[in-house]
Design a protein around this ligand. Structure first.
Ligand code: ADP
Length: 559
């Protein structure tokens, strides 16, 4: 007699959502669709998803032969390229955890991260071996280092147990059956940049990664289809290149990987070569590309959309991309803790029909949440939800199936907060507004907002205003100590080095003049300091803490 299933349980197949399914799907249905990589060896490499699948399977066999077991952490220190892509699939697909390490972190942080994750093998681009050489003795969990370069170009190194990637793959079969893992199995580990304290690990699961990819490719999100040619200019060592190595195979899209070529000239060449139509990255990358295009009178007609996140999109960037290049700036908000995509401002008909100024304003917001992500702003004192009126500013909290519920091997709990209905939210550390149409606007990081006489001045808004002044390459605002107002804003400016004549060079007076009708009078910075360069974090964001430490007493001392 057959056993009847419970009538309250859905009667559908419990097919787990696994990372290996993404590459299997792409290989089977879009096998010839290409992954185009700028190699560190100098040339351009092209192959199809079918080739990528077979090499990922070789890698999975190689890892098994090396004794890697499910749940083991395997580190990568690498740029965006096809071998790194194979690591994403070979490692996670066989049930181990792909731990992407940001090579731009300080040496002590890299050492800390590898020790904390207890990585057993490291897959490394040859150019990053010099990072490991001085710290190798202290990386006791690491059993071997696999160098991702052609066999005949293996560099000399003082490291031991070094294996060439191509040699390793050639020794193993491309026959491999992916294990049917539980969907909650850990797949990938990324550490936050650690602007305060040690970096913290965020451990994504197979299911959270696939759901994030499902949501992110939708028309009102990144709008990726099988004929999209997409290039992540955000590195694969930073929050999985915002999910693109998963989203592209799920969509059968062409994936373009720029290697270490994140500068203006390299980007231009690759865009032109591969006819890229969608790119993603932080604002500074695009400022660099635009500078190069302007200097050389070039254009990039294939590009339709540039997705910008990681920091606020300055209005001037929205306007330049639109007016000078016919490109839509797609604003994005997210963080390592949210996989990272959470809110986006897509180019829908309603938005495109708005008067230019209103449209630009929305394009420099952080967009609207994707299905699956809930966002709310909370009052710090009362823990109540604030109005979505575009005015009320509160602590931004998020929840959803690709938002973390705890940090990896950490007892930090203060950022997980219950609301009055008992739901748990992740407190992002951002202060934001949400308007009646659900557009999110990040006012500031809670620790960066300038607290002047009990009111908040958004350092981001001030920077955006200053950024619009001709001759300004980069602007940064911090709050510094003030006897009467507690804190007042101090503006740092990097001037355009191309303007050499003293008479044409930007001075304080010109900046103040420019800002007069752009910001409230009480927001006016108390001083403006011209600097040659500004400090940045490993992910290219302004390192405000360094400036705050140095200039905290500046106004008090110069009073
Ligand atoms: P990502 O991981 O991609 O840079 P991090 O975890 O390093 O993310 O930093 C996330 C923080 O970056 C956010 O909490 C927010 O302060 C800032 N950020 C990201 N996107 C935006 C945006 N569109 N506007 C303003 N700030 C942003």
């Amino acid at each position: 007699m057959s056993i009847q299933p419970s009538l309250t349980t859905g009667q559908m197949m419990a097919q787990p959502l696994l990372i290996s399914d993404l590459i299997e799907y792409a290989a089977q249905h879009f096998g010839k669709q290409q992954i185009i990589s700028k190699r560190l060896e100098g040339d351009i490499h092209r192959y199809g998803y079918q080739d990528a699948l077979l090499r990922s399977k070789r890698l999975a066999n190689a890892l098994t032969a090396l004794g890697v077991e499910q749940g083991d952490r395997i580190g990568t220190l690498a740029w965006n390229g096809y071998r790194h892509f194979e690591c994403y699939y070979g490692i996670s697909g066989m049930g181990a955890i792909c731990h992407t390490i940001n090579p731009r972190l300080f040496s002590e942080q890299i050492e800390y991260i590898i020790q904390h994750a207890e990585d057993s093998y490291l897959f490394v681009d040859a150019c990053f071996l010099s990072i490991l050489e001085p710290i190798a003795d202290r990386l006791i969990s690491v059993k071997g280092i696999i160098v991702m370069i052609d066999e005949d170009q293996m560099p000399n190194t003082s490291l031991v147990n070094v294996i060439n990637y191509e040699q390793l793959l050639s020794e193993h079969s491309e026959d491999y059956l992916w294990p049917q893992l539980e969907p909650s199995t850990a797949a990938c580990l990324c550490y936050t940049s650690g602007t305060t304290g040690n970096p913290k690990g965020v451990l994504y699961s197979h299911q959270s990664t696939v759901l994030h990819a499902f949501a992110s490719r939708n028309p009102d999100a990144l709008n990726i289809a099988s004929d999209t040619i997409v290039m992540p200019v955000v590195p694969m060592y930073h929050v999985c290149a915002w999910g693109l190595p998963y989203i592209a195979p799920m969509s059968g899209a062409t994936l373009v990987l720029p290697g270490d070529g994140m500068g203006g000239e390299d980007l231009y060449r690759l865009i032109d070569h591969a006819k890229v139509d969608l790119m993603l990255g932080v604002p500074t990358v695009w400022l660099g590309l635009i500078e190069y295009l302007k200097q050389h009178g070039l254009s990039i007609p294939s590009v339709k959309t540039v997705g910008v996140g990681g920091a606020a999109s300055p209005k001037i960037l929205v306007e330049t991309l639109d007016k000078d290049y016919g490109i839509y700036l797609l604003p994005i908000w997210g963080m390592t803790e949210t996989s990272p995509l959470a809110t986006l401002g897509s180019a829908n008909k309603q938005l495109l029909a708005l008067p230019e100024d209103e449209r630009y304003a929305l394009q420099s917001s952080a967009g609207k949440p994707m299905f699956g992500i809930e966002i709310e702003i909370f009052d710090e004192e009362t823990n109540t939800k604030l109005a979505h009126d575009g005015e009320a500013r509160g602590l931004l909290r998020v929840r959803g199936p690709w938002v973390l519920k705890s940090y990896y091997k950490s007892d930090k709990t203060d950022c997980f907060v219950k609301d009055q209905e008992g739901n748990t939210w992740f407190d992002t550390g951002d202060i934001a507004t949400i308007d009646a149409h659900s557009y999110l606007r990040i006012v500031d990081r809670a620790k960066d907002v300038v607290k002047s006489g009990g009111e908040w001045i958004s350092s981001i808004d001030l920077e955006n205003a200053a950024q619009g002044c001709e001759g300004v390459v980069e602007a940064c605002v911090i709050g510094v100590k003030h006897i009467k107002w507690d804190e007042r804003p101090l503006l740092f400016i990097v001037r355009d080095k191309g303007i050499e004549s003293q008479a044409e060079r930007l001075d304080k007076e010109a900046v103040y003049q420019f800002l007069t009708d752009k910001i409230a009078k009480w927001w006016m910075p108390d001083d403006i300091i011209f600097v040659d360069q500004l400090p940045h974090t490993a992910t290219g964001k302004l390192q405000k803490r360094t400036l705050r430490d140095e200039y905290w007493n500046y106004l008090v001392d110069n009073d």
